[in-house]
Design a binder for this molecule. Structure first.
Ligand SMILES: [Zn+2]
Length: 623
């Protein structure tokens, strides 16, 4: 519980007091117009650089890998001296402003911020809360990134809000960060959230306090119960690494917001995570929500401390590109899901669906056939909630590093277990001790060298990285899964298939859906290389009028035609596009999608070895 003593001091006095402090940057944020999603922000720079200098909004956000334009949401930007007298301020780029050489020692910048999007990147303000991601909220000066930061959150009593954040509480409504990087990594939720906390005794005997704050319509007992579930996951993750990280100020906070108007997201930070999920409340959705919490908490080791060099430090003017997200995100994806089984929240049959998704993404997508996991990681600068209005060809050139990397983690885990009598937990612990705990940012060769040391087999490590990380070869999932008594097989053997008309797209571009046109079925996304539809020359922009002589108005009607046929049958398609009406022939193939099922489900008996293998892999590791 945090008890807040609210400052009623006028802003002027706060600024005046802060101006005495050397070499800091002071922000004050208030919400006089929260119902219209606005905040008023004042940034005070004492002892400002004795030259012309710039202040700006960010173009990227901690943990989000694509570039964003936060500058579009600020206006009424003004510079004054401490007494409020306007000084010249020149807008030199859309989101960059310049203060000329002739300025007072203390410069005060003020602006209005609009924010109406609740996720792990943007800012959402209304009368119920101010959900603040810092790069989307605060201007900063490239000349002052090393300075300490203080933020005053105002209007808390007016709205009945409390403060959930990893920022250091300085007393009253003032919070601080040692520098700009830390401040930008510290999202803050101001709301009347509910909270539950517990202590975990760490391997060194010190206590780490874990807080769960939830802004939702749930009652306190629901949050307490949900906290108990997350507690189990925290311990299961601790068992993987052997210890919790030593959190700054001894605390880690799950800052979560649950509302149907949220955008579904989870964003990791050094001592916190920002989780926003679009459901009506926590109650009765608990087990559905847990996966995001498990994933984001795993990041407090893997990516926030086991840190790729490519992301260190964050560039807030242009998103960092990283070749390591197959590990930072993909291995985290694997553990986030697998640990739900170890902690008892998923059955083995539920887990086989997750595994099927991983294996299909690596064995059954055109991009994974052509591009390496490292290369797909670099595409994140366009794919991670990337926003643009023209279509992309992602269904053919991008396989998510979450699933590609997750499938690679699965293969490595099963190979370490079956070939070395080691586990992926051993590997994660090695990387933690060599890189994360000592905060030495890594490169891909560092990860390979850690695998070589763990296995005492440099040849295996070199081979694994050359083939499956930097290359496009695939592990033998059929044989590896069989060790745990799991069968990899065609999901619909012998079923005719033309390819999928609705591509899943990527996060942030989900607004589009297949809409029937008046006289046919419009293809809205690129068709996928290798599918019968693609081979027949059909693509986005075509409108299917008839299939096999039948009028087609929607996807269901098209699927009915395909389902009535056999593998090898030909379907004549009549379609139109900007060059007129056309006819083509689709030759149906066998549906290539794979599924994983247990031996038990297939009516086969597990051997003792398979039973032991599965148990060692998926049973709880909490002592
Ligand atoms: Zn992640």
């Amino acid at each position: 519980m945090k008890k807040l003593l609210l400052l009623s001091t006028a802003l002027f006095f706060a600024i005046a007091a802060f101006a005495q402090e050397p070499k800091g940057v002071f922000y004050s944020i208030s919400f006089p117009n929260a119902v219209h999603h606005e905040a008023e922000i004042v940034m005070t720079i004492p002892q400002s650089p004795a030259k012309e200098f710039k202040v700006r909004m960010s173009r990227s956000s901690a943990g989000r890998y694509a570039t964003h334009e936060f500058g579009k949401n600020i206006y009424n930007v003004k510079a004054t001296d401490v007494s409020g007298v306007t000084i010249p301020l020149k807008q030199v780029e859309g989101d960059v402003y310049e203060i000329d050489t002739d300025h007072p020692e203390t410069v005060v910048i003020s602006y209005t911020l609009f924010g109406n999007w609740v996720d792990g990147t943007y800012t959402g303000i209304d009368a119920s809360h101010a959900h603040l991601n810092m790069p989307a909220t605060f201007m900063w000066s490239p000349d002052l990134v090393k300075r300490s930061v203080k933020i005053e959150f105002n209007d808390l009593d007016k709205y009945g809000w409390k403060v959930a954040t990893q920022l250091k509480h300085e007393g009253a409504n003032i919070y601080s960060a040692p520098d700009l990087q830390y401040m930008m990594d510290s999202p803050t939720e101001l709301s009347n959230f509910k909270e539950t906390s517990w202590n975990v005794v760490n391997a060194d005997g010190k206590t780490e306090k874990i807080n769960l704050t939830v802004h939702s319509v749930d009652d306190q007992p629901v949050i307490d119960g949900f906290g108990k579930m997350i507690q189990k996951i925290v311990l299961e993750e601790k068992a993987v690494f052997g210890e919790l990280p030593a959190y700054d100020y001894g605390e880690y906070t799950f800052v979560s917001d649950i509302s149907t108007t949220d955008s579904g997201d989870g964003m990791e930070h050094r001592n916190s995570t920002c989780i926003t999920l679009p459901v009506e409340k926590v109650q009765s959705y608990e087990t559905r929500l847990l996966g995001v919490f498990a994933h984001e908490y795993f990041h407090s080791w893997n990516v926030k401390r086991i840190r790729p060099k490519s992301l260190e430090p964050f560039n807030f003017e242009h998103a960092n590109m990283s070749s390591e997200l197959w590990f930072a995100e993909g291995f985290t994806q694997y553990y986030g899901e697998m640990l739900l089984v170890r902690s008892g929240f998923r059955s083995i049959d539920e887990y086989t669906h997750t595994l099927s998704g991983l294996v299909n993404s690596v064995l059954n997508t055109p991009a994974a056939a052509k591009y390496s996991a490292a290369q797909m990681s670099r595409y994140s600068v366009f794919a991670d909630a990337g926003v643009s209005i023209d279509p992309n060809n992602n269904s053919n050139v991008f396989t998510s590093y979450y699933y590609y990397g997750g499938a690679t983690a699965l293969a490595l885990d099963l190979r370490l277990r079956s070939e070395f009598n080691l586990t992926l937990d051993d590997y994660m612990r090695t990387v933690w001790l060599n890189r994360g705990k000592v905060m030495k940012p890594y490169t891909i060769p560092d990860l390979q060298s850690d695998l070589a040391k763990l296995t005492k087999n440099p040849k295996f490590a070199a081979d694994f990285f050359a083939k499956y990380i930097n290359g496009i070869e695939k592990n033998n999932y059929t044989d590896l899964l069989a060790k745990a008594g799991l069968i990899l097989q065609k999901e619909k053997p012998g079923k005719a298939w033309a390819g999928s008309l609705a591509s899943s797209g990527v996060r942030g571009r989900s607004g589009q859906a297949l809409t029937p046109e008046a006289d046919g079925l419009a293809i809205l996304y690129s068709t996928v290389i290798g599918t019968p539809l693609y081979k027949a020359g059909l693509d986005a922009g075509d409108v299917i009028l008839k299939a096999d002589g039948k009028s087609i108005k929607d996807v269901a009607a098209f699927n009915d035609v395909v389902n009535s046929k056999n593998v090898g049958d030909k379907i004549v398609i009549n379609y139109k596009n900007s060059s007129g009406e056309h006819e083509t022939t689709v030759t149906l193939e066998e549906d290539p999608r794979l599924e994983i099922i247990t031996y038990e489900k297939a009516g086969k008996t597990l051997t003792k070895d398979q039973e032991d293998f599965r148990k060692n892999w998926l049973s709880s590791k909490v002592q």
